[in-house]
Design a protein around this ligand. Structure first.
Ligand code: UFG
Length: 324
């Protein structure tokens, strides 16, 4: 199939392009390179442009005629979304609606949407399944949830088939370390810990050790980026066989604390990682762990790289290389 990967120059989008190419699909990437890297587009053709520009995306869709669209292009920093919500509503909502309009007009084909655990807001119970109330607590989560709701409505009204995949904490890099996570600024725990281990980032600050967890630090559900990509392939297969609108959580179902990440990293790199304990970061829930039973049952998804050391090890091999 010919798949349009929006945001294919970014972290998860570039891994998805590789996974699609490995399955024999033809990959067309759209990216404005505002946060992605041209060098990460290695398994598809890059079409540089803004998804929010109807004069760009409409003609491109007509020319490429993709069999399906996977949409990763978004701003994804919680803090930034609070400081500059307009950026998030424009990039994550308005641009996605422009893309969907163009698809309705030309190719109403399966649409796989990159969503997030941030749609749930403060968890009322863990593990979190898809029936948990959606009450996002920051503009980032609101914008992703808004698109999810639009997709449900577009399926009912226009029969545009879609799936929303709610990622928990994406981490790791592909086995050969040709691509990996590279954000500027980097806010995520594992790359920050690895930067500290490489001695370039200074000591890591642990954001609070007085949470109601066994070691006092926050617990998160780290899911390997290659496992995420497998879930997308399965979701795409299902959408093609049975068009509908569905929502799936994607996580390991097992949580690890910040201290456990530090410990696993120390084992992988062979030395302790310098760190200090600082105050809590605003808006961090103590525990976020997915119930991904639905993806396992319905999609037959079986995450394979669930061990924290394996996740950190793959990220470490990427971070030791020169950046893009
Ligand atoms: N942390 C530190 N020090 C750091 C960075 C992070 O202690 O330097 C801690 C955080 O406080 C948190 C954990 O490490 O407890 C993980 O933090 P990340 O920033 O890596 O990830 P989040 O859990 O905050 O964010 C993830 C996704 C977001 C999504 C959010 C849902 O990356 O896209 O879950 O709440 F919005």
């Amino acid at each position: 199939m010919r798949i349009l990967v929006c945001g294919g120059a970014g972290y998860i989008g570039s891994h998805m392009s590789l996974a699609l190419a490995e399955c024999g699909h033809t990959v067309e990437v759209v990216d404005d390179l505002s946060t992605g890297h041209a060098a990460a587009v290695r398994w598809g053709t890059l079409h540089r442009g803004d998804l929010g520009d109807a004069a760009f995306i409409g003609p491109l869709l007509r020319r490429i005629q993709p069999d399906a669209v996977m949409h990763f292009a978004a701003r994804s920093l919680v803090g930034e979304s609070v400081a500059d919500p307009a950026l998030y509503y424009r990039n994550n909502v308005a641009a996605t609606l422009t893309l969907l309009e163009a698809m309705r007009a030309t190719v109403p084909r399966p649409f796989v949407f990159s969503s997030t655990a941030a749609v749930y807001g403060e968890p009322q119970c863990v593990p979190i399944d898809e029936n948990h109330a959606c009450a996002p607590i920051n503009p980032y989560g609101v914008t992703k949830h808004t698109v999810e709701r639009a997709l449900a409505d577009y399926w009912r009204a226009y029969r545009l088939p879609s799936v929303s995949l709610r990622y928990f904490n994406a981490a790791g890099a592909e086995a050969q370390a040709r691509i990996g996570e590279s954000h500027a600024p980097e806010t995520h725990l594992i790359p920050r810990v690895l930067k500290s281990a490489l001695d370039g980032g200074g000591p890591l600050t642990v954001f609070g050790d007085d949470y109601p967890t066994a070691d006092g630090t926050c617990i998160r559900d780290y899911v390997h980026v290659e496992d995420l990509c497998q879930a997308h392939l399965l979701a795409l297969e299902r959408l093609c066989a049975q068009p509908s609108h569905e929502v799936f959580n994607l996580g390991n179902g097992r949580g690890y604390s910040v201290r456990e990440v530090l410990q696993a990293t120390a084992e992988v790199v062979g030395r302790p990682v310098a760190h200090r304990v600082g105050p809590r970061r605003a808006g961090d829930p103590a525990v976020l762990v997915a119930d991904s039973g639905r993806a396992r049952e319905i999609l037959g998804w079986r995450p394979r790289r669930t061990d924290l050391s394996a996740i950190v090890d793959s990220a470490w091999r990427w971070h030791r290389r020169p950046a893009f």
